[in-house]
Write a protein that binds this ligand. Structure first.
Ligand code: DMJ
Length: 705
């Protein structure tokens, strides 16, 4: 406030103001700097979260003269999450939570004015997708082509959440109409594998690449499908989330990573993860998938252990096909900055809330320490320009105060009021948002009344759900494909039943005793061994002596490093994956057909230590011995050698992991499976299956129909 305000940002090292520049093409600088004091505006809700009502009230008063009538060309997405989201959240606090006597609703009025300016971006394309940028005063018309001919899925889809909330709070449906159209249009453009590309030309209505993942350019699309489903009690968004996650789990999931894949083939496209994708474990916690979240969190923790930050892009894989081992690359960091992003801390917060494992507090403590010692600067906090050399950058984006520190604060604030508000979700910028009681039914009534008056809807008060669906069908014809699918049953079911498909198990481990379950979970340290070259030299905060000596579990042990390798096999046409219904019973998985199944298999070879810390010796293999099973051909091609004296263990089925602790859960498949004529698949002993002559130990064939 002393050095930056009212500029958009303050430079933390030099203490200068940081503002937009006249060159309209300088998007790296201007996209988030709208000349409306973005850091101040974005941060206002943190005072509400601290429970500091006096300061919150004082600071919102400073927004009374805020205007968006500015000649600023900005990114629609960034303005929506940083400015609009903050205004809406602050309005909810001032009205619904604190009931401030002096508050007259002016924040909502400002949000409304801003909303009207932002939706001009939707008017510029004929395909329902907003262009990426808008001039706050004049709209998107006439902007240079370079600013509007490309956008990303996160940018075009995500404003749906803030704009729908704006509609609900103001009873003006236009914001929901345009933004929901864009969101569902993007989803309807998905590939046959249910994968949504992440980059498009909104003017032509065409994807510009066929890649997807969960990081930059697409992250908040998934985030808002799930959070929109929760906030608006919206079963169609829940169906989108469930299908999207199922596709990602199947095609994009490698044990510890969600990687970028080609949307048409499901094949791996890049072998890196980005800092933005560190939010995904937190989102999985929100979806009830704590075990998956725990796995996907690992690499980010190891990166913080090593670098004291998360590199913007980190390469995880170079595979030596011959030996099937992961090799270290020369250069593992391909984008070297860490601008104090919140995502890793956000996931730490969610994992702690779900598990109450003290390890996450220990991690938070270390992060806090690193912020205070490394990043603290004379006028703010400065992140790394180069994480490898420790060089700092003279920039502090608005999310540092509004999101990074907010999650860090909430991690330690067990009793915060927010933790009691079950219908609250955090926006992607960390602003708490919720619907005051009674507002949603009122808005739904308003919507159908409006449609009835305009002749678009026939009145039928007895079946309000049906009326709503008719509204969608008539006004928003693009959701047809969702309505046509048989998931309409699921869609109209109560909220929590809709989540309980095979990807929706809620696995929160029971806590017994005063120790860290994290430390006793074998999967917490597998990734260290697999990628030991990349992580060489890291300090491990989770095993630092002061923490370990207090929280290590009784009878703890150090597991040996796994030497086994992993392979993936898919059966049938990959487009069948989305039709393939898995069922989970206890710890076992049932697949009625192998068509559309992607198996990740661990190859257990004589003499190796496996991922459960077991030595694969002759006795072990003997259990699975079938006459003539091993080395029957007597020839030694490379493949034969690789598969000789080995068995397979199923590790995951369509992205659903079997237990990590080696309790040998079983995959049951129906007897009707087809074995291939090439001899790739072979049924043995009537109930077991071999791939390329190698037995799968935990797969059983049964009469299931
Ligand atoms: C934030 O502005 C939001 O979290 C957004 O969704 C992604 N990027 C930044 C922080 O990294």
């Amino acid at each position: 406030m002393d050095h930056g305000y009212p500029a958009d940002e303050v430079r933390p090292l030099s203490c200068d103001k940081y503002e937009r520049v006249p060159d309209v093409l300088d998007i790296h600088r201007n996209d988030v700097l709208g000349n409306y004091s973005v850091t101040f505006l974005d941060t206002i809700t943190t005072f509400a979260i601290f429970g500091d009502v006096d300061r919150f009230e004082r600071y919102i008063e400073m927004l009374r003269n805020l205007t968006f009538d500015l000649d600023s060309t900005v990114q629609v997405f960034e303005t929506s999450i940083r400015a609009l989201g903050s205004l809406l959240s602050a309005h909810l606090y001032a009205s619904d939570k604190f009931n401030l006597p002096s508050y007259d609703g002016f924040l909502l009025v400002k949000a409304y004015e801003l909303g009207l300016r932002l939706i001009k971006a939707y008017m510029e394309s004929n395909h329902g997708i907003p262009v990426a940028r808008v001039n706050l005063r004049t709209g998107s018309k006439g902007l240079p082509k370079e600013l509007i001919e490309e956008t990303c899925t996160a940018g075009a889809g995500s404003p749906m959440l803030e704009l729908t909330l704006l509609s609900i709070l103001t009873n003006d449906t236009v914001f929901e109409d345009v933004s929901r159209t864009a969101f569902v249009t993007l989803w309807n453009g998905r590939s046959a594998l249910d994968l949504v590309p992440m980059s498009l030309n909104p003017l032509k209505g065409k994807w510009v690449n066929g890649l997807t993942g969960v990081g930059a350019s697409i992250d908040s699309f998934y985030e808002y499908a799930l959070k929109g489903a929760i906030l608006f009690d919206d079963s169609e968004l829940m169906v989108i989330w469930s299908k999207a996650y199922k596709a990602l789990a199947t095609h994009s999931r490698l044990s510890w990573f969600m990687t970028n894949v080609h949307t048409d083939t499901g094949m791996i496209a890049t072998a890196w993860i980005d800092s933005l994708s560190a939010f995904f474990p937190g989102l999985l916690v929100l979806a009830g998938k704590v075990r998956d979240a725990h796995m996907l969190y690992q690499p980010f923790l190891k990166l913080w252990n090593k670098y004291g930050g998360i590199p913007e892009r980190w390469d995880f894989l170079a595979t030596d096909i011959k030996n099937q081992v992961m090799m270290a690359q020369q250069e593992v960091i391909s984008l070297e900055w860490y601008p104090l992003r919140p995502e890793f801390i956000e996931s730490t917060y969610y994992l702690y809330r779900a598990t109450r494992d003290p390890v996450y507090l220990r991690i938070g403590e270390q992060i806090l320490h690193d912020y205070n010692t490394t990043f603290k600067a004379p006028c703010g906090f400065a992140g790394y320009r180069d994480i490898r050399t420790g060089e700092l950058q003279d920039r502090m984006e608005s999310f540092v105060l509004s999101e990074t520190f907010m999650y860090l604060y909430l991690l330690f604030d067990d009793d915060n009021d927010l933790h009691k508000n079950e219908k609250m979700v955090f926006s992607t910028e960390g602003h708490p948002i919720w619907l005051p009681s009674g507002v949603l039914p009122q808005y739904k009534r308003f919507k159908s009344d409006t449609l009835i008056q305009s002749g678009l809807l026939v009145e039928d008060r007895s079946q309000s759900n049906e009326s709503e669906r008719t509204w969608d069908e008539k006004v928003v014809g693009f959701i047809k494909s969702l309505l046509d699918s048989n998931e309409i049953e699921e869609a109209s079911a109560p909220f929590d039943t809709a989540v309980l498909d095979s990807y929706g198990e809620c696995d929160i481990p029971p806590q017994s005793g005063f120790y860290s379950r994290y430390l006793s979970d074998i999967s917490s340290f597998e990734v260290d061994a697999k990628f030991k070259e990349q992580f060489r030299g890291m300090k491990s905060m989770e095993t630092s002596a002061p923490f370990y000596s207090i929280f290590a579990p009784p009878n703890g042990f150090c597991s040996r490093e796994a030497e086994t390798s992993f392979l993936a096999f898919n059966f049938g046409d990959l487009s069948q994956v989305k039709e393939c219904d898995l069922k989970i019973t206890g710890d076992d998985i049932i697949a009625m057909t192998l068509k559309g199944v992607v198996l990740r298999l661990e190859l257990l070879k004589l003499g190796q230590i496996d991922s459960t810390n077991t030595l694969i010796d002759n006795d072990f293999l003997q259990q699975y011995s079938t006459t003539g099973l091993y080395d029957v051909r007597g020839t030694c091609t490379l493949e034969d050698e690789m598969f000789a004296n080995s068995v397979f263990r199923v590790k995951s089925v369509n992205g659903v992991e079997m237990s990590p602790d080696g309790s040998f859960d079983v995959l049951y498949v129906d007897r009707g499976i087809e074995t291939s004529s090439s001899g790739m698949l072979e049924v043995v002993n009537d109930v077991q299956l071999m791939i390329k002559g190698v037995l799968i130990t935990n797969l059983r064939i049964m009469n299931l129909t």
